[in-house]
Design a protein around this ligand. Structure first.
Ligand SMILES: [Mn+2]
Length: 428
């Protein structure tokens, strides 16, 4: 399958779905702004690489400042590009040319997009509402309806996410080799990951997490220490890659040396747990039920490794598993890493960080990322009360220097089950 063959159907699908939204909400046209160049600092003259409005990327992978899409019923969509003779800057070319033929392409000089943008009752979606063209800007009902279209992926989008996953897996393989070979620094691993996955840091789907040892207990650790570590330790790498604007999101955790043997045993159990959760992904289930099931499985792991004491029910019901796994089981993937439209109702209070409360449906792509961490600030909530007896504190103290574990795959829902894009990329 190539992007040339799947992309026309993707745009046709978006056109049909968007026409229905516009008709239902009484709009004559939709203008989607890619976005303006954004200054890094008002006292300096550099800009960030453009990170377009996600709705724009949903239609078109072009990452170019001051581009606009115009969508109207019964007409081929228009792509408006702003071109200038700037000899200071240039935009990197798109990685693939498959998209041009699906648009009427119009070029304007800087500041002249208004000459070609539609009048009448117009809906506007933009990441820069301060510089929006005339129209109803980011109206919640319209944005909600467009977000809903993003929850189920077309074959084109699944192919982009599969390729983004393959690229990230090349980076993860390199980081594992480095870690197993000898002394490494977090910064060195981060740079090696970017090199192997052929990315520059600011255009990665999110800032890669590279945590040696106890740093893995900080869930979004991106401080990248320069110091090389030779000791028996752990490594957690949570990093993705992009393809045509679609991002993957993969986490792997490793243990090195005899000094990490108890942590390695826990890691092996968590690997089994993660695969057991992925195996349960099927259409019709509530994603939140899968999250709850993960806590029951984690309670068993805590008991089998000796970290948790008492019954599995007790470890779940008394909130012990939520100390070891405070975040959600996963989130939707797409043109944003935590993709939209999957949390139309809040989760139950004990699952407050869960980003997906939808029914699992064919065409969804989401992460399955259970973890088990030794976070001092959360562990202390179990100390000194009647929950203290539910944990082997001596063992926890032995494991604390290894920080924690997260194993994260990208999963696409099929009629009979699911396709694990990450394991598929590793197996290739
Ligand atoms: Mn994730």
């Amino acid at each position: 399958m190539s992007f040339e063959t799947t992309y026309p159907d993707h745009v046709a699908h978006l056109q049909k779905a968007t026409e229905a939204v516009l008709a239902a909400q009484g709009y004559e046209a939709l203008v989607i702004c890619g976005g303006a160049a954004q200054s890094k600092n008002r006292f300096d003259d550099q800009s960030w690489p453009l990170c377009p409005t996600p709705t724009f990327t949903h239609w078109c992978p072009l990452a170019e400042a001051d581009a606009f899409l115009i969508v109207r019923a019964g007409r081929k969509p228009t792509l408006v590009r702003t071109v200038s003779d700037d000899f200071w800057e240039t935009t990197p070319p798109p990685e693939s040319e498959h998209f041009w033929a699906q648009f009427d392409v119009v070029e304007v000089e800087p500041g002249h997009a208004g000459d070609v943008l539609p009048g009448g009752k117009v809906a506007v979606v933009t990441r820069d509402p301060g510089h929006a063209p005339p129209g109803d800007v980011n109206a919640p009902a319209l944005v909600g309806a467009l977000d809903a279209i993003r929850t189920k992926k077309t074959p084109y989008e699944i192919e982009c996410l599969a390729e983004a996953t393959r690229r990230a897996v090349r980076g993860h393989r390199r980081t594992e080799e480095l870690f197993r070979a000898g002394p490494v620094s977090e910064l060195g691993i981060h740079l090696a990951y970017l090199d192997a996955s052929e990315q520059d840091d600011p255009t990665a789907p999110y800032k890669g997490i590279v945590a040696l040892g106890a740093h893995a207990a900080v869930l979004h650790y991106v401080a990248y220490e320069r110091q090389r570590v030779a000791a028996d330790t752990s490594l957690l790498v949570d990093a993705g890659a992009k393809c045509n604007g679609y991002g993957s999101d993969i986490t792997r955790t490793y243990a090195r040396g005899n000094g990490a043997a108890k942590f390695a045993a826990l890691l092996a159990k968590m690997e089994q747990l993660q695969q057991a959760v992925v195996a349960r992904v099927k259409p019709g289930m509530q994603y939140e039920d899968l999250h709850d099931e993960t806590h029951r499985l984690l309670a068993e792991v805590l008991r089998e490794t000796g970290i948790g004491k008492g019954s599995a029910n007790e470890l779940v019901d008394r909130g012990v598993t939520r100390v070891f796994l405070p975040h959600g089981l996963g989130h939707s993937l797409g043109v944003t890493v935590h993709d939209v439209g999957m949390k139309l109702r809040p989760p139950r209070p004990e699952n407050k960080f869960l980003r997906n409360t939808s029914v699992i449906e064919v065409g969804q792509v989401f992460t399955i990322e259970p973890g088990c961490y030794f976070i001092d600030g959360l562990l202390k909530t179990l100390r000194g009360g009647d929950k203290e007896r539910l944990v082997d504190w001596k063992l926890v103290d032995e494991l604390r220097p290894f920080g924690g574990i997260r194993i994260e795959d990208n999963v696409c829902v099929l009629a009979g089950g699911n396709r694990n894009l990450t394991r598929e990329a590793y197996a290739a």
